[in-house]
Design a protein around this ligand. Structure first.
Ligand SMILES: NC(=O)c1ccc[n+]([C@@H]2O[C@H](COP(=O)([O-])OP(=O)(O)OC[C@H]3O[C@@H](n4cnc5c(N)ncnc54)[C@H](OP(=O)(O)O)[C@@H]3O)[C@@H](O)[C@H]2O)c1
Length: 345
């Protein structure tokens, strides 16, 4: 038996991704070997592939894959909290798009056997980002209003479904071909490719929104801030449109992306000092690192919502590992919606 993994030898476009075979890794002290059942390809993986992800310290060659769910196959020395056969998951930044992976045992999330791997994979990164943003950052009450930019995306589709469960009214932006999908998730859909779409948004909120999530670009963030009501909350978590324009890591692209990020954080600081509205940057990595028990409890709650049918992650397509570059291409050119899952079974 061999390991199989999706690697890049340099940052760049989707055609840099190669599938290679290697020996199955041995778990070191405190680690376990995991046979991966499923992982995903998300816009964060594209940011990593392009070399623009600020939290990534490693340089290529790297194995792609920000998340995974799988079964413990072997225990390294000193591991007492897990047994062979246990089901686990994690956000790992890199390494998830492979057949096998070794990870520290005490950082892993526990996953029940009562849910299909394909249904749980979308929850580990994207679903949990939506869940924790809804619960801890947006804090919108029943009957409130939420402007969800990108409601057709991996984070957005779960966020819209959470709002629906809690009877929060949603207005959501997406491109023309996905308006119907966003409406099917209970939102009033607005086409962001139409001219002056912010005027349309304005017309649909008399007093302003209670909360908004924006991960587009500076112009969009400025408009979204204006559309909030007094003491409303804006959640920032990325700069997707800025990233999309860049094909690969060059010194200029890395600098531009870094400066745009800094500009966004400066605005957040200024607005928080001079306005009653609150601007929050949400980071899922810090959330898990700082509050690991809370992460596990929230994931259990989210899994329960999926098992009970109250939330159904919108899975666009399930790919084999061999076809992962097709998944990157599909997401990168804006054809897909919701989640792209990589099945290892
Ligand atoms: N900070 C964190 O912890 C964290 C965690 C996860 C993700 N993220 C970030 O969150 C963002 C969304 O992630 P995702 O995985 O949901 O991405 P995704 O699946 O690619 O979805 C992006 C969504 O944004 C929409 N969109 C694109 N351009 C837009 C624009 N100009 N105005 C409004 N909507 C626009 C897309 O609509 P169309 O497809 O119709 O164009 C799509 O619905 C990314 O920037 C990602 O890096 C941050």
């Amino acid at each position: 038996m061999k390991n199989k993994k999706a690697i890049i030898e340099k940052f760049g476009a989707f055609n840099e991704i190669k599938i290679i075979e290697s020996p199955i890794p041995e778990p070191k002290t405190g680690e376990v070997l995991i046979r991966i059942e499923a992982s995903t390809v998300s816009s964060t993986d594209i940011t990593i592939r392009k070399g623009l992800y600020p939290l990534l310290k490693d340089n290529p060659p790297i194995v792609l894959g920000y998340d995974f769910v799988g079964i413990v196959e072997n225990l390294g020395e000193g591991v007492t909290n897990l047994s062979i056969g246990d089901r686990v998951a994690d956000i790992c930044q890199i390494g998830g798009n492979a057949k096998y992976l070794c990870r520290k045992a005490d950082e892993l999330l526990s996953i029940p056997q009562t849910i299909e791997a394909i249904d749980v994979a979308p929850l580990i990164l994207s679903g949990m980002t939506a869940y924790q943003i809804f619960k801890y950052a947006a804090c919108v009450e029943t009957g409130g209003t939420f402007l969800v930019h990108g409601g057709s995306g991996a984070v957005g589709n779960i966020l819209l479904q959470l709002c629906r469960i809690h009877q929060v009214k949603t207005v959501s932006t997406t491109s023309t071909s996905k308006l119907q999908m966003v409406e099917s998730l209970g939102a009033m859909a607005v086409d962001y490719s139409s001219e002056n779409y912010f005027e349309t948004l304005q017309k649909n909120t008399k007093e302003g929104f209670d909360a908004t999530i924006d991960f587009s670009n500076q112009k969009s963030i400025n408009h979204s801030f204006r559309l909030l009501k007094k003491r409303g909350r804006m959640i920032l978590c990325g700069l997707l449109t800025t990233q999309k324009k860049m094909e690969s890591k060059t010194f200029l692209n890395f600098l531009t992306f870094g400066l745009e990020f800094g500009r966004m954080m400066l605005k957040k600081a200024l607005w928080n000092s001079f306005s009653s509205k609150k601007t929050i940057f949400f980071g899922i990595v810090d959330s898990k690192k700082d509050f690991p028990e809370r992460y596990q409890n929230d994931l259990n709650e989210l899994i329960e919502l999926v098992i009970s049918g109250k939330i159904k992650p919108y899975i666009y397509q399930v790919f084999n590992l061999d076809d992962i570059s097709k998944a990157h291409q599909c997401l990168g050119n804006g054809k897909s919606a919701g989640h792209l899952v990589i099945s290892m079974n």
